[in-house]
Design a protein around this ligand. Structure first.
Ligand code: ARG
Length: 460
């Protein structure tokens, strides 16, 4: 069925029909399409275009359609252009001529905007829920190994020792920002477009505010042309999804490395790893690799919609139908990756000795020594140079920090004091990093509780 045709002598070419149809993907908007149409029918009754009884008949018919939509064969032989057309055809089959009134003053341009907004609002709520769960799991993981020391890296070279829990809190912060970005996307999505017509506004006295209330929208859109032309809210979501996937992908990359034999810090749960069909010994981090891999698809969805939209003349153009597949796919990948990441975080064990050893055998304590010298009155640049010389001597003589004694240290240079020898243990120097946001154990313990309070206050 078509929702147009009066002005045509011939029907559409079969190839065109197949080429332009969107039912196979916008079918998932059926539930929200029906919800929007029910609200619209009631809105038409409020202004006398339908009687109360007519609106009630339509609402009931829509309920039946939703019910039947679960049956196999619901769309059989359908040659409907899209989900909106499918629903109206079913409505006509049920209510005859009455169905012809549902579209009074309404265009598919605003309907598709409404449906996408309703669907996306629910999807964002689901993603927020999953993101919340992931953040909670990170905090629990941070609490599991309170004193564990690992080397922190820059340039993938051991830099300074940090607490494992401090490292996990870094990801908590990334995901906390992502939560905020998703909420923002929700706020921009949660605006009611009905009553805009095709582009020029509605010529019927539709009570737009009442429709917004009925569909639980925060506000109404302000310009009918903007409604038909706008997919910013989809882009906002895709951007928020992309940054979330970016963070998930970096976490995945870290943990693929950290669980390798070369690092040996993490033991991934058997349940999130795969074996090899040929090599019996293998335990591969496929769950993490797929998270890293799927992130690319989501960035692709964002780029795809940007390019689709950038040259479109005002207002609606059929190109905009191409928003849906990237949107649906990105949303699916986002929720799938969030769920997977939470399972990985919950099932991964830190093997504390290896990273502690890695921190101790390298010169992650160098900065601690230089700062101690500077606290003792040696200007920082001179302290930096002196510790650099100590590191060079140690490398030449094949010594690790723990191999030094207090007397050897003061003999190396009198600006060192005997007490500074304790700093050769990476767990010592980090105790000074008490400024908010630092890795001192008491600071991190407080940061975990502060993060928990922020998490508890999030709107779910
Ligand atoms: N399937 C269309 C889409 O997703 C619905 C809007 C159709 N509007 C139109 N003027 N052809 O964009």
């Amino acid at each position: 069925m078509k929702l147009w045709g009066g002005r045509f002598e011939e029907g559409p070419d079969k190839t065109f029909e197949e080429f332009s149809g969107s039912l196979h993907f916008d079918r998932r908007l059926l539930r929200v399409d029906i919800r929007g149409s029910q609200a619209y029918a009631e809105g038409l009754a409020r202004v006398g275009i339908l009687t109360e009884a007519e609106a009630a008949t339509l609402v009931r018919a829509f309920d039946e359609i939703l019910e039947e939509s679960h049956d196999a064969g619901f769309e059989k032989d359908a040659r409907d252009e899209d989900v909106h057309t499918l629903v109206i055809r079913k409505l006509k089959e049920k209510t005859g001529e009455l169905a012809d009134k549902i579209h009074t003053g309404r265009s598919r341009n605003e309907q598709v905007s409404l449906d996408t907004r309703l669907w996306l609002r629910g999807t964002i709520d689901h993603a927020l829920h999953l993101l919340y769960g992931l953040m909670q799991s990170l905090l629990e993981a941070a609490r599991r190994n309170p004193g564990a020391v690992v080397p922190g890296y820059t340039h993938l070279r051991r830099a300074q020792a940090v607490l494992w829990s401090h490292y996990l809190l870094a990801y908590f912060e990334m995901f906390f920002r992502d939560y905020d970005r998703l909420l923002n996307a929700r706020r921009r999505t949660n605006i009611m477009p009905l009553g805009s017509g095709a582009l020029a506004g509605s010529g019927f006295p539709i009570d737009r505010e009442a429709l917004a209330r009925a569909l639980e929208f925060q506000d109404i859109t302000r310009n009918s042309m903007d409604v038909s032309a706008d997919r910013d809210f989809v882009l906002d979501f895709l951007f928020a999804a992309s940054t979330t996937l970016l963070h998930l992908s970096r976490l995945a990359e870290d943990w693929i490395l950290y669980s390798s034999d070369e690092f040996g810090w993490l033991e991934l749960g058997d349940g999130v790893t795969s074996g090899s069909s040929l090599m019996p010994q293998k335990k591969n981090p496929d769950s993490l690799e797929l998270i890293r891999g799927k992130s690319g698809r989501v960035f692709g969805a964002l780029a795809s919609l940007f390019v689709t939209m950038k040259g479109l003349p005002m207002t609606y153009n059929r190109d905009m139908q191409e928003d849906k597949e990237p949107l649906f796919d990105a949303a699916h990948q986002l929720t799938g990756c969030l769920k997977m990441a939470q399972v990985v975080v919950e099932s991964t064990k830190l093997k504390q000795e290896r990273p502690a050893q890695a921190a101790a055998e390298s010169w992650t304590v160098a900065t601690d020594l230089a700062e101690a010298l500077s606290r003792a009155g040696v200007p920082f640049h001179q302290a930096h140079k002196l510790v650099g010389q100590l590191v060079r001597r140690s490398i030449e003589t094949n010594r690790q920090p723990a191999d030094w004694t207090a007397s050897e240290l003061t003999a190396f240079d009198s600006r060192f004091t005997g007490g500074m020898i304790t700093l050769m243990n990476p767990a010592e120097g980090m105790k000074t990093r008490t400024a908010p946001g630092g890795t001192a154990p008491e600071t991190v313990a407080a940061a975990i509780e502060e993060a928990q309070r922020r998490l508890d206050h999030l709107r779910l």
